[in-house]
Design a protein around this ligand. Sequence first.
Ligand SMILES: [Zn+2]
Length: 327
Amino acid sequence: MARAKISLRNGITVDYGATTYALDPKGPAGTDYTFVSHAHLDHVQKPNPNSRVLASKETRVLARARGFDLGRTVESAEDVKLLDSGHILGARAICIGDEVLYTGDAAGRDRAFMGRCRTKKARILITESTFGRSNYVFPPVSQVVKEVNSMIGLLFDRGRPVVLMGYALGKSQILSHLFSSWSPFYVHERVAEINEVYGECGVDLKKGKTVKADLEGLSTGPWVMVAPMMSSRSKFAQRLKKEYGAALVAFSGWAADPGYAYSIGADFAFAVSDHCDYPELLALVKDVSPEEIYTTHGFTSEFALDLRKLGFDAKPLSGFQAFLSDY
Ligand SMILES: [Zn+2]
């Protein structure tokens, strides 16, 4: 059976048999295949036209809506399986032979209409480690939903509107799903655009009233709005606070850090993430039970060190320039 060889050329490249794969490359790659894990802009670029693009249909549609044409995409190939990584709509992990599992960005639990990352046994695991430090433990989503709903209730009693802020692609759609029973329900125009694409892909989200950057037509009094993450110093946030008395509520895994809400000027923050928290990263590694692990993104060194203490052969990917695994 062929052994995979991993190297860092224009991002992560896997050689398996006679075939080469670029995993979320930073630019057009001259490999046989280019794998685009999901449509967040740090993972999407215009691919080399001679490289076949492996991506889900949803990733192709979302990337196009954000101005990136992935061209013709395929969802499977010989030796390749894409697995739902649960991160945002269409996000996939890739399995090459029984050799390599690359998670891309991966979620560790169900949130609203999104599920958790699927895994498969593999000899080499390349895992994200965004929250790969032991203090990142997120509360259950159901607990957060309960707390947020009672907070909104208290603010409504005082006549105050509430702005729920999350990353425009992914988190905002989950917020739109979880909190759309409040009325009036507004959606920032940037979120509305993406909600519509989710609708085209079969995820129906309540439309709500669209709010433009100039706030035209936004009523006074209590309401709920889903908006992209923004600094409280932005003009939009300043107007919402001063003219409407709105409370700004942020949703991010970084809310597990004490002082996060203060640092971005939000009134409240909740740790809801589209990534795995630390215990979920450990569970993912155990599910895959790999011989070799490479960590990417976030706390790469810290997480690799913790895995080595548990007896795994783990290395941060950032520290390697040449071939990582000669067979
Ligand atoms: Zn992402």
